[in-house]
Design a protein. Sequence first.
Length: 361
Amino acid sequence: MKRLDVALGERSYPIFIGRNLLAQAELWVSEIAGKQAAVVTNETIAPLYLAQIRQQLEQKEVCETILPDGEQYKTLETLNQIFTDLLEANHNRKTTLIALGGGVVGDMCGFAAASYQRGVDFIQIPTTLLSMVDSSVGGKTGVNHPLGKNMIGAFHQPQCVLADLSLLDTLPEREYAAGVAEVIKYGLICDAPFFDWLEANAEKLMARDGEVLAEAVYRSCQNKAEVVAEDELESGRRAILNLGHTFGHAIETAEGYGSWLHGEAVATGMVLALQLSCRLGWIDASLVERATSLLSSCNLPVEPPKNMNVEQFLLLMGRDKKVIDGRLRLVLLRGLGEAVVTSDAPEQDVVAVLRTAGVAP
Ligand SMILES: NC(=O)c1ccc[n+]([C@@H]2O[C@H](COP(=O)([O-])OP(=O)(O)OC[C@H]3O[C@@H](n4cnc5c(N)ncnc54)[C@H](O)[C@@H]3O)[C@@H](O)[C@H]2O)c1
Ligand SMILES: O=C(O)C(=O)C[C@@H](O)[C@H](O)[C@H](O)COP(=O)(O)O
Ligand SMILES: [Zn+2]
């Protein structure tokens, strides 16, 4: 088992990474300060792992919420189910919420924890690769709105993150690949040696080789923890974690949340962001090719959907949370491992990149 710490002063917390960690109560049950705990999970994960959680929480007064499964349920309406269950079970401000699931459950449980009785503790037990390497770390929580992705939410840090790699044994291939997109993101934005290592180990990573997987999760969390520690509330540098997301969120929103997985939309979004960086003369075409080929070899899409047009992209990208004074702010690369947040990309170049990628006007 390996441990990393997210250094945020009094909000600091550990990330534990290893196999068979659920059974190690000293790592996470010890973080529950009171006698009440509430598990939030979904209908797919509950039959797989809820019994193991219950076993560890025998001494606690436990409330359970089992959400419907899917990005399309990451909404304010579904969130209310958590509040209703907590209130019916008389949970007070000393309760601790436990997110057992992927990024959807984690983001919703985290937002419930941020807002239930004005804020209670929560623990992240991520069950997907994506949630282990990204969404469980850093305290971004929230839900989608039909008009935009993650538009309602709060920053709320967990008490700890338990990344139990054995839970990935049941994760479907397509979901696993979606997580790999966010892993590759770290190499591109801030860790060139990690990108080189991923190129060399892509086959083993996709085969879920134990050592390679553990290293990929560790390096990803380390990179994310460093960025978050520097800029918890995204007033500056943290936005680099959004590489590909302005394009990607537009795809997810246009497709109605769910037909494109988040990681898939980010993969395509990163390719578009790199193509734009290249068009502006900031990176070589060879880097765009390397990234595209790595993402492709990990079974990720690298071309935008054929049913979206440029107008739709620009409308949805215009609602991105990074927009200031009506100007798009994009995460682009100045080199491998050198992401920048910029409003210097002219709209005509964004349009040209989309058109070259086959998007209709
Ligand atoms: N807060 C953040 O910083 C952050 C970062 C990245 C992504 N996100 C959000 O995370 C979400 C995507 O997360 P995700 O990719 O984990 O998707 P997800 O939560 O929808 O989970 C993917 C699918 O896998 C199933 N599943 C989960 N764990 C499983 C397991 N161990 N075995 C079998 N099936 C399992 C789920 O039920 C679901 O059907 C998006 O909403 C995205 O916006 C948030
Ligand atoms: O932690 C962050 O910061 C990120 O941007 C990580 C992203 O991978 C993640 O998808 C996040 O939810 C996007 O946040 P948003 O603020 O662009 O909605
Ligand atoms: Zn993301």
